[in-house]
Design a protein around this ligand. Structure first.
Ligand SMILES: [Zn+2]
Length: 321
């Protein structure tokens, strides 16, 4: 393999190389709906609990020093939230940011005796809390069977087969970059109420290229990746290779409506289907993504599937223009 080829290898190809021969390759990168459900659940399960211990068995995963890691112990979790494809933990004083990348997955272990998954790279153990879930917990989490008891000592575990994901320790007063989450690197969340049709039309003008790349561009809007871009384009009846500059105004608006409805619909489904196995991804309900060769649910035409740089694109030539 020559150097030029190495330099241009895609993220997915590098992931595949790290997994090594004989390992199944899993291209199901977490996106906004997956992470939104997880953030709601982990906020409800962990907020109000103090950190008892922090372990980082994966040296490639952690960005932070052992002293910073130890300094998290004793701080109480105040908030667990999502922004784009990043998860943020706000503790009494310090913060932690998680970028799962391709193969990073988070598990909620009700207590430390639950067997750890292979390739567990980062663990935070929490103590008991006086009351139940916080007042601002998402309604859908109320009374969930997976909610740890108040006195329990649950663990947040991050596993990552390729070790491409990152956990950033961000102590108060320490200026550590979180690549991809810096100022100007991320547009509004694709489900943000402030992202109105007007704002969408204004932002989209700056991006003339192909629609699939546009939707995945986090600087345009944040949270959409390879799978949901396919689903949104199918819902909007637009081809992934169509140029944004060729869209009529009503097609720009159709793309907006499709993005909002596809993401909201997926969140609803995932709330029902994912817990308590938060470390798994559910994608079987999708209309076209990963369904190459199967009939399009709208027009019956066979779904086309292409692969570039290890990433699959699925679309219907019958009803997407
Ligand atoms: Zn079709």
């Amino acid at each position: 393999m020559n150097l030029a080829h190495t330099a241009t290898r895609s993220i997915a190809d590098r992931a595949r190389a790290r997994m090594g021969a004989g390992h199944p390759y899993n291209p199901l990168m977490p996106e906004l709906p997956d992470l939104a459900v997880l953030a709601d659940a982990f906020h409800a399960a962990f907020v109000g609990r103090p950190v008892l211990a922090v372990e980082a068995p994966g040296p490639l995963t952690l960005r932070g020093t052992p002293a910073e890691q130890q300094a998290l112990v004793g701080q109480q979790l105040q908030r667990f939230h999502r922004r784009g494809k990043f998860l943020w933990l706000e503790l009494d004083r310090d913060r932690v940011a998680i970028n799962a990348m391709l193969t990073g997955r988070l598990q909620l272990a009700g207590d430390p005796t639950v067997k750890r998954p292979q390739k567990t790279m980062f663990v935070m153990r929490f103590g008991g809390r006086a009351g139940g879930p916080p007042d601002d917990a998402a309604e859908w989490t109320a009374g969930a069977s997976w909610m740890p008891e108040s006195a329990a000592t649950p663990e947040l575990r991050f596993k990552d087969a390729t070790q491409m994901g990152k956990v950033y320790l961000l102590p108060a007063g320490v200026d550590r970059a979180v690549p991809g989450a810096g100022p100007g690197e991320m547009g509004p969340d694709a489900d943000d109420p402030s992202l109105t049709p007007g704002v969408w039309r204004d932002r989209i003008r700056r991006h003339p290229g192909e629609l699939k790349n546009l939707l995945r561009n986090q600087e345009f809007v944040a949270g959409i990746g390879n799978a949901y871009s396919d689903e949104i384009l199918h819902a909007a009846r637009l081809s992934p290779t169509r140029k944004r500059s060729s869209l009529a105004p009503e097609e720009v608006d159709e793309l907006y409506s499709a993005a909002r409805s596809v993401l909201a619909g997926a969140v609803e489904i995932l709330r029902q289907r994912v817990p308590p196995a938060f470390e798994t991804e559910v994608r079987d309900f999708m209309a076209v993504h990963g369904k190459g060769g199967q009939p399009c649910p709208r027009c019956g035409h066979r779904v086309t599937q292409t692969e570039a740089g290890g990433f699959v694109t699925s679309y219907c030539r019958g009803c997407q223009r």
